[in-house]
Design a protein. Structure first.
Ligand SMILES: Nc1nc2c(ncn2[C@@H]2O[C@H](COP(=O)(O)OP(=O)(O)O)[C@@H](O)[C@H]2O)c(=O)[nH]1
Ligand SMILES: Nc1ncnc2c1ncn2[C@@H]1O[C@H](COP(=O)(O)OP(=O)(O)O)[C@@H](O)[C@H]1O
Length: 449
C-alpha cells in the first residue's frame, strides 16, 4: 500500500461509475471501477501518472508501457477492461490512450509479477496486418527470402530491426540490419519491458523491441520478424497476433554448404550453428508454433511458395498501402458514451458555432492489442452535426424518418441518461442525428450506421 497522492480531488463521490470522469480542481481525474478508484493525471516528469485505491487504500501498481506525455486536461471513459483517455490539446497521433486495467495482458502480468498491474497503450485507428514471424536454422535462407519480398513489395513490408549483442558483419549497418548493442544495456532494457521477446541464440542475446514492430505497423506496412524458434514461441504466447512460418533446409549437408559458402562465420561459429540447427528443425516441425513449413531447396520455388502463402501470386496487384488515419480531436471537448462501443466527442464551445463540426463518433467495438504499447482497431466518423443539411432536417422532422424503432428508442434514452449533467443538449441533438435516417441526400451518409 502506498501513500496518498498529494493532489486534491474536488469531487470523488460523483466519481465515474457512469463511465465519465469527475471534474476536478486539478487536471486529475478519478475513475471508479468496482472497488477500485483510478486517479490519472498530475505531471510525473512530463508524463501522465496513475495511482489507485482499492477500498479506500492507496496502492502503487506496477505501471507497464510507455506513459503518455502529460497534457492540458483529459477525459476518461470506462470500457469493458480498460479506461479510454482522451487528451485535450494534444497532437492527432497522441490524443487517444488506454489504461488497461483488466485486459488479458494485464491479468497475465499480474499473475507473473504477483502484484497490481496496469498498462498504458496508445490508441491507433485501424488495424495493421498481422506481422510475419519467420524462423529457421542459421543459413537456411531466411534473410535472402525476406530481402526478395521487401525488394519486390517495398511499400507492403517492413523489417523489424532486432537488437543483438553479436558483432556486426562486414556489410551490416547499425539500425538497418540490427541495433548492435551491449549486453548490460540490453539486459536493462529487457527488464524495463521494452522488448516483445528476447532469447540467447548461438551465444549472443537477440531481441525484438516493441518499438521495432510498432514503427513498421504505424507506417501502414506488414512487419516481418526474422527470429529464432524461442523468440517465435514467446511471440506466440504474447498478445500479438502473427503468422508463423518456418523455413526448412533440404538437408543438413546443404545447410552446412550454404553456411560455409556465405563465409560470414568463423569455423567455431559454423559448428555451433550446425549443432543448434538440428534442434531448431525438430522444434520447428513439431512444436505447433508454426502455421506453415516451407522447404527452401530451389530458391525461386521457395520464394514463389512464400508469395502464394501471402496471397501475392504473380498476377495479383498488392493492395494499396493503408495510411494510418489520425483523429483530430476538438481542442476542448466533452464526451458522451452512447453504449459500450460508441462514444461521441463534442466540441465544448457553445451552440451552432463552426467548431461544432468537429464532433466525432468513436467506435471501440473492434479494439485489438498490437505489440504491448498499442491498441489498434479504433474507428471513428467525423460528424457534421450542424451542417446546413442536418440543421434543416432537425428543423423539419418530416424530412427524417427513424431507423428501426426499438434500436432508436433504447439508445436515445441511454444517451440521455448517460449524458445527464454533461452537456445534455449536445448529446440529445447528436442522438437525433445518429438515429434518424436521411430521406434527402443532404445528410452525409457516413453519419449513419
Ligand atoms: N529471438 C530472437 N531471435 C533473433 C532475433 N533476431 C535474429 N534472431 C535469430 O538469431 C539467429 C542468428 O541470427 P544472425 O546472427 O543474424 O545469424 P544468421 O541467422 O546466421 O544470419 C537467427 O536464427 C535469427 O532468426 C530476435 O530479435 N529475437
Ligand atoms: N535456396 C537456396 N539455394 C542455395 N543457396 C541459398 C538458398 N537460399 C539462400 N541461399 C544462400 O545461403 C546463404 C545463407 O542464406 P541467408 O539468407 O543468409 O540465411 P539465414 O538468414 O537463414 O541465416 C546465403 O549465401 C544465400 O545466398
Amino acid at each position: 500500500m502506498g501513500e496518498a497522492p498529494t493532489f486534491i480531488l474536488q469531487d470523488l463521490k460523483n466519481g465515474t461509475a457512469n463511465g465519465f470522469e469527475s471534474k476536478t480542481e486539478t487536471l486529475d481525474t478519478a475513475t471508479i471501477i468496482g472497488d477500485k478508484k483510478y486517479v490519472i493525471g498530475g505531471a510525473d516528469g512530463g508524463t501522465l501518472s496513475v495511482k489507485f485505491q482499492i477500498l479506500g487504500e492507496w496502492v502503487n501498481p506496477i505501471v507497464l508501457g510507455t506513459k503518455p506525455i502529460s497534457c492540458n486536461g483529459h477525459t476518461t471513459v470506462i470500457l469493458k477492461d480498460r479506461i479510454l483517455i482522451l487528451k485535450k490539446n494534444s497532437k492527432p497521433d497522441d490524443c487517444i490512450w488506454f489504461l488497461e486495467v483488466d485486459t488479458q495482458y494485464v491479468r497475465q502480468q499480474k499473475k507473473l509479477l504477483g502484484t497490481e498491474v496496469v498498462a498504458w497503450s496508445k490508441g491507433v485507428v485501424g488495424n495493421a496486418e498481422k506481422p510475419l514471424v519467420i524462423s529457421g536454422p542459421s543459413g537456411v535462407g531466411k534473410g535472402t527470402l525476406i530481402s526478395m519480398l521487401m525488394k519486390e513489395f517495398p511499400s507492403m513490408f517492413g523489417f523489424s530491426v532486432s537488437h543483438t549483442t553479436r558483432a556486426a558483419r562486414g556489410m551490416e549497418k547499425n539500425g538497418v540490419h540490427y541495433h548492435f548493442t551491449e549486453k548490460s544495456i540490453m539486459e536493462k532494457e529487457i527488464e524495463d519491458g521494452k522488448f516483445l521477446e528476447s532469447a540467447s541464440v548461438h551465444g549472443n542475446l537477440y531481441g525484438t523491441s516493441v518499438e521495432a514492430v510498432e514503427v513498421v505497423s504505424d507506417a501502414g506496412k506488414r512487419c516481418i520478424l526474422d527470429i529464432d524458434v524461442q523468440g517465435a514461441r514467446s511471440v506466440r504466447a504474447s498478445s500479438l497476433e502473427a503468422k508463423f512460418i518456418f523455413i526448412c533446409p533440404p538437408s543438413m549437408e546443404e545447410l552446412e554448404k550454404r553456411l560455409r559458402d556465405r563465409g560470414t562465420e568463423t569455423e567455431e561459429q559454423i559448428l555451433k550453428r550446425l549443432r543448434n540447427a538440428q534442434n531448431e528443425i525438430e522444434q520447428g516441425k513439431s512444436s505447433g508454433i508454426f502455421d506453415t513449413i516451407l522447404y527452401n531447396d530451389k530458391l525461386e520455388e521457395c520464394y514463389e511458395n512464400l508469395k502464394k502463402l501471402l496471397g501475392l501470386n504473380c498476377c495479383a496487384t498488392p493492395p494499396p498501402k493503408s495510411a494510418p488515419r489520425e483523429i483530430n480531436l476538438p481542442l476542448d471537448h466533452s464526451v458522451s458514451k452512447i453504449d459500450d462501443n460508441k462514444i461521441i466527442i463534442n466540441c465544448i464551445s457553445s451552440g451552432l458555432e463552426k467548431e461544432s463540426k468537429n464532433s466525432i463518433m468513436l467506435d471501440v467495438s473492434s479494439l485489438k492489442r498490437g505489440a504491448p504499447g498499442r491498441t489498434r482497431g479504433l474507428d471513428y466518423q467525423v460528424i457534421d452535426m450542424f451542417s446546413d443539411g442536418l440543421s434543416h432536417q432537425l428543423a423539419n422532422p418530416e424530412l427524417a424518418e427513424p431507423t428501426i424503432q426499438p434500436f432508436h428508442n433504447s439508445h436515445l434514452s441511454s444517451a440521455n441518461s448517460l449524458c445527464g449533467g454533461f452537456y445534455p443538449s449536445h448529446a440529445k441533438e447528436m442522438a437525433w442525428q445518429l438515429w434518424f435516417k436521411p430521406t434527402s441526400t443532404s445528410l452525409d451518409p457516413t453519419c449513419i450506421w
